[in-house]
Each structure stands twice: as structure tokens, then as C-alpha cells.
Write a protein that binds this ligand. Structure first.
Ligand SMILES: *[C@@H]1O[C@H](CO)[C@@H](O)[C@H](O)[C@H]1NC(C)=O
Ligand SMILES: *[C@@H]1O[C@H](CO)[C@@H](O)[C@H](O)[C@H]1NC(C)=O
Ligand SMILES: *[C@@H]1O[C@H](CO)[C@@H](O)[C@H](O)[C@H]1NC(C)=O
Ligand SMILES: *[C@@H]1O[C@H](CO)[C@@H](O)[C@H](O)[C@H]1NC(C)=O
Length: 418
């Protein structure tokens, strides 16, 4: 029996606590061999689609071409080695699991897997790293050493203790079992996790779906969140903006942003609608076909990643991390996250740093300026104190440029403690 206790109500933003929680215990990743065999067998039996004969398929606009998918399935069936990756995950970092309560109406226990690494320096800032979809805690791994162990010659460098969870339904955190686990409930659960680890106050870095959670944490626990750094600020144009845009009254920066958001919706954004409206039917197909799920994810990587050429191993590992727990749980995040009440973020005074990265080298020119959100739009909801824009990096910048990413994070949090 794991020791269980009841979390005391927090001082700030009272979290209703009615489910028992379990203390963090070390966790070893050990995926059932039956699941690995199932994936390999299905990869061997993969039935590809066909490409059009005129080169249309090679543009990737409609999805990954059959030729690329066939090659990926062959690699999965014949060469891919999950156990090698698993050994690296286990030996590279310290993994834990814990169960916390959520609140905001969500009564079920929330079991979480997370990586926890302490800094080499005293007085490090505790930092919660929140990934999105199609990612898991693994997205942050390339940056962890830079954050925990800065250059010993740089006495001024800010250092961090990092806590890197898999959101429920991703990686090794089981999916929510009931309706109503949205970004706010996730934020409450993660605040409870930080409390359980002894961190009363902490910083956050977020991307994608993790940004939703971070914005709610900044709104609900402003005295706990010392700063929020994100590479993703998906501000929505409001009705007045659309009207001004129609009347030609928007600035150049606003025009670029609105056109890019519209292009995103019209060219590739359908996945958001399907994942938010029919996650069960999509999840059934993609859980049954791991290679199919790899194609769904690969297209996403391809259109948003600034032209980086993903290896088969990278695409498959990313897929495994979302297929192993079942596709439904992570796809369904969109249903909860996109509920109107969950995108109506309250204004927060928590200091916010934003790094904006572009996809100039990506295959879809209309998405080159994702996501250059105008500063005034960020300031509608957040207290923007740091903004940097880089003409590269795409939507997974921490994977492609971990050192630059970590430097921005250090600079932002450094500015808060000077
Ligand atoms: C798809 O396959 C073609 C032909 O092998 C190759 O040239 C191309 O780089 C592949 N695309 C990606 C994104 O891997
Ligand atoms: C483990 O660390 C090594 C050395 O830094 C790195 O090459 C490898 O990609 C890491 N593996 C994983 C799964 O993160
Ligand atoms: C849109 O946002 C701007 C800036 O905050 C505000 O002035 C305007 O009233 C908003 N329009 C609507 C319809 O909410
Ligand atoms: C925004 O954050 C900065 C840095 O922490 C702080 O000095 C400032 O007071 C904040 N602004 C508001 C309106 O709280």
C-alpha cells in the first residue's frame, strides 16, 4: 500500500481537495512486450494508400505521401528499437509517479508521471515544463541540462530545478477517466504536484496545449507562479479585430498574424476540429493503426517544423509516446481545451516572457510566420515583460534549438530576480 493522505487546502486559490493523493515514488518505464509486438506486427501488415501520379501527394498538403509512409512502416517493422529508447529514457533522467487531486469540479484522482531533476546550483528556481500535442515530456529533454546545469564559468547564470510532467493521456500519465478534465483542472492538479514536491512558488515554461494550462495557472494561482515563459501565444482575434481587418484598419503586424492564423485554419487546421469534435471515432482508428497515428503526427511535424527533416526513429518514438497510452486520451484534450469557457482567459499580472519562432524554411509558405502574435494582443491577457522573435525554429523550437531556447528562459527569469 502506498501511503495516502489528504492535501490541505492551499492558501492561494483554494483547490477543492476530496481525492486522496499518493506521494511521488520512483518510476521505471517498462512497456509491456505484447504492446511492442502488436505495434511491430501492425507495421508489418500496414496497407498504404496510393499517391497521385502527378506529384500532388509529394507536397504533403493532404498528408504524408504513401511512399514516405511505406518506408516508415518498413523501418518500424524491421529496425525500430523501442527498448533502446526506453533504456535511454530510464538512464538519462529521474522518473517519478504521483497521484494528485484536481478540483474545479473534477473529483477523480489524477495519476501523473514526471521527470524531476535538481539543479547543480543552490537557490535554483523550480520550473514546471508543460508540453503540448503531439508531444510529451520528451519534447523538453534536449533543454534540461542547459536549465539545471549552466556553464560553471558563468556565475550569474540562472539555474532551475525542473519538473517535467506528461499531461494526462500523454506518455506515461494515464488519461482522465471522466468528462471535465480541462486546462484549469490540469493546472490545479499540477499546482498540487508542485506543492507535494515542496515548491510553494515556481516558474512555468509552456508550449501549445501546455500554454492553456499555464494561462489558467497564472490566473488561478498568481501568488505561486513567479513567471511564465512560452514559445506559443495563440491569441484569438476578437470580433472588433476581424472588423478592423475587413476595413483595412489593422497594422502590418496584425495583418501578418491574422492572415497566418486564417491560413492555418484553412490549410491544416482540420485536425483541431476532428480532435475536438470526434476524438472517440478518431482515437479508435489511430489506436488500431499505430502507423496511421504516425502519419497523423508526421504531417503535423512536417507543416510546423521549419523544414527540419524528422528521422523515422523520431517520428515513431513520438508516436509510441502517444499511442502507448491510447490515442483517445491525448486527442480528446482538444475537446476539453477548446470549450468556450477554457479559452476565455482572465487577465493576469504574472510576468510573461514570449519567444516567437517562425517557419520560414518550412514546406508551407503560408505558415511561415506562425506564431508572431502582436505584442498588444498578448498584453490583453498577460503581463508581457520579455519578447524575442527569431526567423527560424518552427513549432518545436526547444527540440531544434535547445541552447538558444534555454538562454531565453534564463534571461527572462533572470530579469525577474534582478
Ligand atoms: C519522403 O520520401 C522522399 C523519397 O524518398 C524523400 O526524398 C523525402 O525526403 C521524404 N520526406 C520526408 C519529410 O521525410
Ligand atoms: C539520452 O542522452 C543521450 C546523451 O545526451 C542522447 O544522445 C539521447 O538522445 C538521450 N535519449 C533520449 C531518449 O532522450
Ligand atoms: C477586442 O479587443 C480590443 C483590445 O482589448 C478591445 O478594445 C475590443 O473591445 C475587443 N472587442 C470585442 C468585441 O471584444
Ligand atoms: C508585470 O511584471 C513585472 C515583473 O514582475 C512587475 O514589475 C509589474 O508590476 C507587473 N505588472 C503588473 C500590472 O502587475
Amino acid at each position: 500500500m502506498k501511503p495516502q493522505f489528504w492535501i490541505l487546502p492551499l492558501v492561494v486559490g483554494s483547490i477543492p481537495s476530496c481525492t486522496p493523493v499518493a506521494h511521488p515514488t520512483p518510476f521505471k518505464i517498462d512497456v509491456d512486450q505484447g504492446l511492442l509486438d502488436e505495434a511491430r506486427t501492425k507495421a508489418k501488415l500496414y496497407r498504404p494508400s496510393v499517391d497521385l501520379l502527378d506529384g500532388t501527394s509529394e507536397t504533403w498538403y493532404e498528408g504524408p505521401p504513401a511512399s514516405n509512409m511505406t518506408a516508415l512502416a518498413k523501418y518500424w517493422a524491421e529496425e525500430y528499437d523501442w527498448l533502446k529508447i526506453q533504456d535511454q529514457l530510464n538512464s538519462n533522467h529521474s522518473h517519478y509517479k504521483a497521484t494528485v487531486s484536481a478540483g474545479f469540479g473534477y473529483q477523480e484522482p489524477v495519476p501523473l508521471h514526471f521527470v524531476h531533476e535538481k539543479s547543480t546550483r543552490p537557490n535554483a528556481i523550480p520550473l514546471l515544463l508543460l508540453h503540448g500535442w503531439p508531444s510529451t515530456h520528451m519534447e523538453w529533454l534536449p533543454a534540461l541540462d542547459y536549465l539545471t546545469s549552466p556553464d560553471p564559468d558563468d556565475a550569474e547564470a540562472v539555474a532551475f530545478d525542473v519538473i517535467v510532467p506528461d499531461l494526462p493521456g500523454f506518455g506515461f500519465s494515464p488519461a482522465a477517466t471522466h468528462e471535465g478534465f480541462g486546462p484549469r483542472q490540469a493546472g490545479a492538479a499540477l499546482t498540487n504536484l508542485m506543492q507535494l514536491l515542496g515548491y510553494e512558488t515556481f516558474g512555468i515554461i509552456s508550449t501549445d496545449a501546455g500554454w492553456w494550462v499555464a494561462l489558467w495557472m497564472a490566473a488561478d494561482y498568481p501568488d505561486r507562479v513567479v513567471g511564465h515563459f512560452t514559445d506559443f501565444y495563440f491569441a484569438q482575434p476578437n470580433a472588433t479585430d476581424i472588423e478592423r481587418f475587413g476595413n483595412g484598419q489593422t497594422s502590418d503586424a496584425e495583418n501578418d498574424y491574422i492572415s497566418t492564423v486564417l491560413a492555418f485554419q484553412n490549410v491544416v487546421g482540420a485536425y483541431m476540429s476532428i480532435q475536438s469534435q470526434g476524438p472517440l471515432k478518431l482515437g479508435q482508428a489511430l489506436t488500431d493503426s499505430p502507423v496511421g497515428y504516425a502519419g497523423w503526427i508526421w504531417h503535423h511535424l512536417q507543416f510546423s517544423s521549419d523544414g527540419y527533416h524528422y528521422s523515422f526513429e523520431e517520428v515513431i518514438t513520438r508516436t509510441m509516446m502517444l499511442w502507448l497510452p491510447g490515442a483517445y486520451g491525448n486527442l480528446r484534450t482538444y475537446l476539453e481545451w477548446l470549450k468556450p469557457e477554457n479559452i476565455d482567459f482572465p487577465k493576469s499580472d504574472v510576468a510573461t516572457g514570449v519567444s516567437q519562432w517562425q517557419s520560414i524554411n518550412g514546406p508551407f509558405p503560408e505558415l511561415a510566420l506562425m506564431l508572431n502574435t502582436p505584442a498588444e494582443w498578448i498584453e490583453r491577457v498577460s503581463n508581457l515583460t520579455f519578447l524575442v522573435t527569431r526567423p527560424f525554429g518552427g513549432h518545436f523550437p526547444v527540440e531544434l534549438h535547445p541552447e538558444i531556447y534555454a538562454q531565453d528562459v534564463q534571461e527572462f527569469f533572470g530579469s525577474l530576480i534582478d
